[in-house]
Design a binder for this molecule. Structure first.
Ligand code: ZN
Length: 322
């Protein structure tokens, strides 16, 4: 009998970075890594974020630079999502490693315990990483075969204790109005895009913006998707009859939701509300990069974060909330 190949995630190739490596490498090496991710074109040599000049005075004691042209003082994280960081480079890198290692996502509470940093710090850092992951999706257009599906999150109504007091929670008047729908579009062999809408059918305009006209769509029997037939070659599957019906199949879109549901149930317990889109985007990123080594994933996230501008949502979040 032919021996089955070892699963990629179990192989040594999938493990190229660890907390041990991060802390053994030390702060100087972590700093060098941030420099080469921030300024890949100059192999880590500083480029002024204000005027683009490559000539700078070094202020090594403070790990800062001063631009020779415009005199602006800056650091490797100035103007990026890590601007005015308080954590060391090793701690940020370690947080990224913990984050990419969590297949079901990682809670801020866990990061705060593992790294011995404040919960508030860990919470904002995790959200900044999610934002950086999502920034890589701008302008992506899906082609070929795209599976589309939606699932509802949040707005849970607790049933009354006594059966006589219980109401039909399926009816609109008995719901909280907080329920939102995540819609995923997943190109076979390609990228995964997610959106948050009120009702599944509200996503049709988003399909128009992100899916090419020659694409074949696969969707389930939900009537909200009927509108897709007008523009795209659309295949439908009736799940009450079969999971794959004459080639129509949305299994990849559903595997996305099984991951997002595991993140909800197993890690965060509550991913609804205004940041649902961020968790949905994180799940897309994890699907798209799941076959890379954790070191490659960490470098992708760190690189994306250093290419992301200061976050409008998360800069000074707790100061504003206070
Ligand atoms: Zn300058």
């Amino acid at each position: 009998m032919k021996r089955k190949g070892q699963h990629f995630l179990l192989s040594a190739k999938a493990r190229t970075i660890s907390l041990k490596k991060v802390y053994t490498m030390g702060e100087d090496a972590a700093y060098e890594m941030f420099r080469s991710l921030r300024w890949p074109e100059t192999e880590g040599e500083p480029v002024c974020p204000r005027c683009g000049c490559c000539d700078a005075y070094d202020i090594p004691t403070r790990r800062k630079f001063q631009c020779k042209a415009c005199k602006h003082q800056y650091s490797v994280t100035s103007g990026t999502i890590f601007a005015s960081r308080k954590l060391s480079f090793t701690d940020i890198l370690a947080a990224i490693v913990l984050f990419v290692n969590g297949a079901k996502g990682v809670s801020a509470l866990q990061v705060s315990r593992d790294l011995d940093v404040q919960y508030k710090t860990a919470y904002v850092l995790c959200h900044k990483l999610r934002e950086a992951m999502g920034n890589g999706n701008a302008g992506i257009r899906l082609e070929g075969i795209v599976e589309i599906d939606g699932a509802y999150f949040g707005g849970h109504v607790r049933p009354e204790n006594h059966k006589a007091d219980r109401r039909d929670r399926r009816l609109a008047e008995n719901q909280t109005g907080k329920r939102q729908c995540v819609v995923v579009m997943r190109q076979r062999g390609g990228r995964t895009l997610s959106f948050v809408v009120r009702h599944e059918s509200d996503a049709v305009p988003m399909v128009r913006d992100h899916v090419g006209t020659l694409t074949t769509l696969h969707a389930d029997e939900a009537t909200g998707w009927d509108a897709l037939h007008a523009r795209w070659d659309t295949w439908r599957i009736n799940h009450s009859v079969a999971f794959s019906d004459e080639g129509a199949c949305t299994n990849q879109a559903e595997s996305y939701f099984s991951r997002l549901r595991r993140m909800e149930v197993g890690t965060h317990h509550h991913i609804a509300g205004p940041y649902l889109y961020a968790y949905a985007g994180e799940a897309s990123w994890r699907e798209d990069h799941r076959r890379r080594s954790n070191g490659a994933q960490a470098m992708l996230v760190a690189g994306a974060a250093l290419k992301s501008r200061q976050s409008r949502n998360w800069t000074g979040y707790w100061q504003r909330a206070a």
